[in-house]
Each structure stands twice: as structure tokens, then as C-alpha cells.
Design a protein around this ligand. Structure first.
Ligand code: EPZ
Length: 419
């Protein structure tokens, strides 16, 4: 079992290059199933979830080649005939449910294991099913599988009662090959949705309105091959910028997209950081100051992202003052709280609200990662805690961060991975 060991107390300085976005590349890889030509995807991050998705696509019959550092994938799904996403794969990565729309659209049939819950919540998929039914699919759920069939999907009206990133992505992919026009209302507006739409458009899809609450898709007969470069990861970027703010350092994230993370940059400025954007470089300079505590409420994009909640909780732990964090998206996304308290944090939980009173100093200790972003917040806390912090179960981290300890070492952190 690998661990990460951090010695706290070093202000981070320097430049870090951001990788492609996990939450964009996963739907884009699934979307390649729609194409009847080779699809080349650049800026692919080297993540465990990417490897899992590649395995799933191969099981479905697609051929995938990637270059030596894995940053460029060539996917050919022309002869892919499989339509079953098995439990043993889906349970390791919920995002496998994103093959539902492409399989239905391409083969008229899909059997996808119910993903099941995870540490942060029950993670239902009722909205995914609702979207497929709105496009004319017959869907039943039995023996732990979503079983969907449709001779040919037909365009329709999809009105989401709750904003859902994944369900919007499944709807977008399925509608691309449906017969007729689809209108998706109350669509998720995340930059990863925009990136998926741009990739599908490069393959010949007819989509407009992505990034807004209403997306219109005119179905086409077929999608050809094409090329797309994955948008930079706004959550990885935000994680490194919070590390700069917490350690009092100065960090520049390059190959980044500031326009996809304005809410996070505004919060960093509110915490006292000097934030500068020049092209694809975002610099946070704390100039040795201690951050000020911030209040935040997690919301669908363009609101403050739930995937940055744990990282800002770590910042509030050592900030000046008290910050109130309101987690509105997931029902159980405070798993990092108990672990942060082991490092000396002062946090009170009341339902979906956490009140964090900043302390002068955290003290290093062994802690347990529980989910992807919680793991990141424990590393951030370790960067400022006195002495040594050991983070266990770091397989959670590797799902969503590419070589995080190498990137942090490059900024001067005393951090290493040990077996
Ligand atoms: C995506 O998950 C991301 N994952 C999550 O990132 C992210 O936290 C989340 O969007 C919100 O931004 C990927 O993109 C792979 P949702 P997703 O459907 O699509 C409820 C990370 O750390 N809901 O927008 O599963 C759901 O319970 C991960 O990188 C239904 O009720 O999120 C939640 O309360 C964690 N029924 C809310 O909607 C459904 O059918 C938002 O979920 C689907 C969702």
C-alpha cells in the first residue's frame, strides 16, 4: 500500500504545468464510441481513471493506442460491437456510466452496471435514465444493471429537475446520433460539458448552446473520426493555487484556463492572495501572508465548484478568522473533516454546513484518504503542518491527480511517495 509523506513548513515557489481535465477526458473517451472513424485525443492526463476507461473501451471492442507518455490517444471504435459495461469495471469507476448514451446511440442497446455509491454520496443515475427515455429508449433496471434498448433514438425534450454533469453528458452524446432535434433544458454548464461538445462537433455533431442552461442538438446520421485536445484541469489548477495561498508562497500554474475557474480565483483573492492572469498562466502570490478565512457555498457551474470544497476547507483550517462552508451538491462530502481534525483543525459540522475556526498551527500526524479531493486536502494540510504527515490509501489521489507529489516537489515541497 503506497503512502505519501509530507514535511510541512515550506512556502511553495515556482511554476507547475497543469494536465488535461479528468472530468473532461472521461466523457470524451466514452464519446469516441460514437465515431465510425479514428479519434485522436491530445493532452490526456496520466490518471488511473483514464486507464480504467481505456480498459472498458477495449472490452467493448474499441482499439486504443497511446504514445509513450500517454498524453495522446488514438481510439478506433469502428468495429466495437460490445454493449455491456460490467460490474467489476463500473464499481471501480462510476464515470463508466458515461458509455450508456454512446452505446445506445451507436448500437441501439446498452447494459451498464449501476455504479453504486461512493464515499461522497449515493450518486443515483435516475437522471441519466430519464434522459435516455426522453430520447425514446426503453430502460429497465434489474439485477444491478441498467438495460436500455432503442431501434433508433429520436430527438426529444429533456428537462433536468436537478443540474447533473454526467446526465447532461450522456444526453448530449446520445442526442448527437438521434433522429431529429433534442432540446436539453437545465443542462449542466461546466467547462467539461463545453469541451465534450467541442470534441463531438469536431466529429461532425451539430450542437449549439453548450455552456448555457439550454443545449440544442440536431441529430446526424454518423460521426466521423477527428481530433481534439482536452481542456486543462481547473480543479488540479485550483489545488496548486490553494497550496500557494496556504504556504505563503508564489506559484504560477501554466497551460491553465483562468476563464474556467473565476469563482475559485475570486475566493483566493478574498483569502488575501494576489492573483494575476497572463494568457494561460495564473499566478498566486501570498508574499508570506497568512490567508484570511473565507465563506463558501458549493453550486453548479459557474458557482463555486464542489470539487474545490475540501481544498478550501484545508485553507480555512490555518486561516485568520472563521470560515463557513456549505456543501450543497453532495450529501456526504465532509469525509476529510475528521482527518483534518487529527492534524489539530477546529471544525464543527452541522448537517451540510462546516464551521472552521482557523488555528495558528496544525501538527503532522498519520491520516487516511477517503476520496479523491479529500486526499488532496490532506496533502495541502500536510504542507503547512508542523513535522511529518503521512497520508495513507493514496490510490484515491492517483485517480485524479497526475504525479501530484512530483509536481509539488517541483515547487519546493518536501514530499515523497513510499511503499
Ligand atoms: C461530476 O460527477 C464529476 N465527475 C464530479 O467530480 C463532480 O463533483 C460533479 O460532477 C459535480 O460537479 C465527473 O465528471 C467524472 P452530478 P457527476 O451528476 O456527474 C445528483 C471529482 O472529484 N444526481 O452533477 O456524478 C447527485 O447525487 C468528482 O472529480 C441525481 O440525483 O455529478 C448530486 O447530488 C467527484 N441523479 C448532484 O446530482 C442523477 O442521475 C450532482 O451530481 C445524477 C446526479
Amino acid at each position: 500500500m503506497q503512502k505519501i509523506v509530507v514535511q510541512g513548513g515550506v512556502p511553495l515557489r515556482g511554476e507547475v504545468t497543469v494536465s488535461g481535465a479528468k472530468n473532461a477526458v472521461l466523457p470524451i473517451l466514452c464519446g469516441a464510441l460514437l465515431a465510425d472513424g479514428p479519434v485522436e485525443i491530445a493532452n490526456v492526463p496520466n490518471l488511473h481513471d483514464v486507464a480504467t476507461t481505456a480498459r472498458l473501451l477495449r472490452e467493448l471492442g474499441a482499439s486504443i493506442e497511446h504514445d509513450v507518455d500517454g498524453a495522446r490517444f488514438l481510439i478506433d471504435a469502428r468495429d466495437a460491437r460490445g454493449h455491456v459495461a460490467p460490474y467489476d469495471l463500473v464499481r471501480t469507476m462510476r464515470a463508466s456510466v458515461l458509455v450508456l448514451g454512446p452505446l445506445l446511440a451507436r448500437h441501439g442497446a446498452a447494459e451498464v452496471s449501476l455504479p453504486g455509491g461512493c464515499a461522497i454520496g449515493s450518486r443515483p443515475v435516475d437522471l441519466h435514465i430519464h434522459a435516455m427515455q426522453a430520447l425514446g429508449a426503453e430502460v429497465e433496471v434489474e439485477h444491478g444493471y441498467i438495460k436500455a434498448r432503442a431501434r433508433r433514438l429520436r430527438g426529444g425534450r429533456i428537462e433536468f429537475p436537478v443540474v447533473s454533469v454526467g446526465a447532461t453528458e450522456n444526453a448530449l452524446m446520445a442526442a448527437s446520433l438521434a433522429e431529429g432535434t433534442t432540446v436539453i433544458d437545465n443542462a449542466a454548464r461546466e467547462p467539461e460539458i463545453v469541451d465534450l461538445a467541442e470534441c463531438l462537433r469536431a466529429l461532425g455533431a451539430d450542437i449549439e448552446g453548450e455552456g448555457g442552461a439550454r443545449i440544442v442538438v440536431r441529430g446526424v446520421e454518423r460521426l466521423s473520426g477527428g481530433r481534439h485536445a482536452v481542456v486543462p484541469d481547473r480543479i488540479e489548477t485550483g489545488t496548486f493555487l490553494v497550496a500557494a495561498a496556504m504556504t505563503g508562497g508564489r506559484v504560477t500554474a501554466t497551460a491553465a484556463r483562468a476563464d474556467t475557474q473565476q469563482a475559485v480565483l475570486d475566493k483566493l483573492a478574498e483569502a488575501g492572495a494576489k492573483v494575476d492572469v497572463v494568457g494561460d498562466a495564473i499566478t498566486v502570490d501570498m508574499d508570506g501572508r497568512r490567508p484570511r478565512a473565507v465563506d463558501l457555498v458549493t453550486e453548479p457551474y459557474p458557482g463555486f465548484p464542489t470539487d474545490m470544497q475540501a481544498q478550501f476547507m484545508a485553507l480555512n483550517c490555518i486561516a485568520e478568522g472563521t470560515g463557513v462552508i456549505d456543501e450543497r451538491i453532495f450529501e456526504n462530502r465532509f469525509m476529510h473533516v475528521n482527518e483534518l481534525m487529527r492534524l489539530g483543525a477546529d471544525i464543527q459540522i452541522d448537517g451540510h454546513r462546516a464551521t472552521v475556526c482557523g488555528v495558528e498551527r496544525l501538527s503532522g500526524a498519520p491520516v487516511m484518504a477517503t476520496d479523491l479531493r479529500a486526499s488532496a486536502s490532506l496533502i495541502l494540510a500536510g504542507l503547512v503542518a508542523e513535522g511529518e504527515t503521512v497520508i495513507n490509501r493514496i490510490y484515491h489521489l492517483d485517480r485524479g491527480y497526475e504525479h501530484i507529489e512530483r509536481k509539488l516537489s517541483g515547487l519546493g515541497a518536501r514530499i515523497q511517495r513510499i511503499d
